[in-house]
Design a protein around this ligand. Structure first.
Ligand code: TRP
Ligand code: SF4
Length: 404
């Protein structure tokens, strides 16, 4: 049966901070309840920009995965793996490169942006230019239809959709497609066959998008359809091609922005990050010395939470009552900044306590992490292999048929 599949990845940046936690990980944990989720370490992606400093990739990956698991990613529910341990990603990336115009890649906004921003390194490399193709392969190889990403990754996802569309257009052609599709319709069974044809006609004759969605839904909820027939019936709705690679949709979830201790975007490289599992003493110190509204130079000066980096933390961690207390106390100089910060400190400590506890198992026994990855990679490879079988065949590369 067709299930919604979620895929997302992160570059191996080591220990995670609260920005990662609230911006991505909490959402990943939530998604695993409802969907078949694949989460991976994008270690090849790290090399597209840091090819001169490969040392530390594996350690960073380990630290990052410990934090994923500590955050609540459950390896029984989700497939957790490392990109470079599933070589099929490289194969699909290579093959997609055959049909991806260089101009599409030069047009990706991050291409020129990053080259200008990261002035300390030479990014005029083939791998850097091709990085969005690799990302497309990461997604398409699992036929993932939902990809939780940040705003900055939307152009990459749009490119992925274009690459998939072009692939299906070029390679989804099949001799006797029409007849095979008709045969597949019959296999749906009386009522469903009729409904499928009605919906298909409604879309093809009147461009009725709701009918198209309804037809897709019908296919998604139909069991015992072979993979090939499913591809044909999806493709037949919109044209006369099989859908070999599935166009993914971005999953843009409203996530709170977590400022760093200086009010800028939280980032390890800015030295303003509050880490996950930060020990209570260190955490308390970081928050107590955190910048506040500059208008409150003295305790007796009134301030405005809107101008204070502590305020977004209250929006994440405090209830309405506490927030009202902050607004009133701040604007009337009724409370001091240290009073104001105390509930935030306590809330973060409480939030991180179970996370610290979950992490300890893995830190005590790193073999557990290794086993999770070996298992995750096996599961990922299995799914990837299925897609690659279709891809190779569609691209004229299935030798077992002509030789064996
Ligand atoms: N490009 C993403 C980043 O730099 C990481 C990434 C690689 C990714 N492949 C992906 C994210 C596939 C989602 C899906 O953050
Ligand atoms: Fe910021 Fe709170 Fe101080 Fe106001 S009282 S400036 S919100 S820390």
């Amino acid at each position: 049966m067709f299930t919604d599949r979620v895929l997302s990845g992160m570059r191996p940046t080591g220990r995670m901070h609260l920005g990662h936690y609230h911006g991505a990980l909490k959402n990943w944990v939530r998604l695993q309840e409802s969907y078949d989720c694949f989460y991976f370490v994008a270690d090849w992606h790290a090399l597209t920009t840091h090819y001169e400093t490969p040392e530390g990739i594996a350690d960073s990956a380990f630290e990052m995965i410990v934090d994923w698991l500590a955050a609540g990613i459950d390896p029984k529910q989700s497939t957790v793996f490392v990109q470079s341990m599933v070589l099929e990603h490289a194969e699909l990336s290579l093959l997609l490169g055959m049909t991806t115009p260089v101009a599409w890649l030069e047009r990706v906004p991050t291409y020129k942006d990053q080259q200008q921003k990261l002035v300390d390194r030479d990014l005029s490399m083939y791998g850097f230019l091709g990085y969005p193709v690799m990302m497309s392969a990461d997604i398409l190889i699992y036929r993932a239809n939902m990809v939780p990403v940040g705003e900055d990754q939307i152009p990459h996802l749009e490119l992925t959709r274009e690459i998939a569309r072009r692939f299906n257009h070029l390679y989804g052609r099949e001799p006797k497609f029409e007849e095979k599709a008709q045969a597949a319709i019959k296999k749906l069974g009386g009522k469903k066959s009729k409904r499928y044809e009605e919906l298909r006609n409604a879309f093809q004759e009147r461009g009725d998008e709701t009918a198209l969605e309804a037809a897709k839904e019908l296919l998604e909820t139909t069991q015992n359809l072979s993979h090939g027939d499913r591809e044909r019936l999806f493709g037949y709705l919109e044209g006369a091609r099989r859908i070999i690679l599935v166009e993914p949709k971005p999953l843009l979830t409203e996530t709170p922005k977590v400022p760093g201790t200086d009010g800028q975007k939280m980032s390890k490289s800015y030295g303003n990050a509050i880490m996950m599992r930060e020990p209570p003493e260190a955490l308390t110190k970081k928050i107590r010395t955190m910048q506040t509204d500059p208008a409150r130079a003295r305790r007796s000066d009134a301030g405005n939470p809107e101008r204070c980096p502590v305020w977004p933390l209250h929006q994440i961690y405090s209830n309405q009552e506490t927030r009202d207390w902050v607004t009133k106390g701040c604007t009337t100089a009724g409370i001091g900044c240290l009073d104001c910060k105390q509930p935030v400190i306590e809330a973060i400590i409480a939030e991180q306590a179970p996370i610290i506890e979950r992490a300890q198992r893995y830190l005590d026994d790193p073999v557990l992490v290794r086993n999770i990855l070996v298992d995750g990679c096996d599961r990922a490879r299995k799914a990837a292999t299925e897609t690659m079988r279709d891809v190779r065949e569609a691209m004229g590369l299935s030798y077992d048929r002509s030789i064996g």
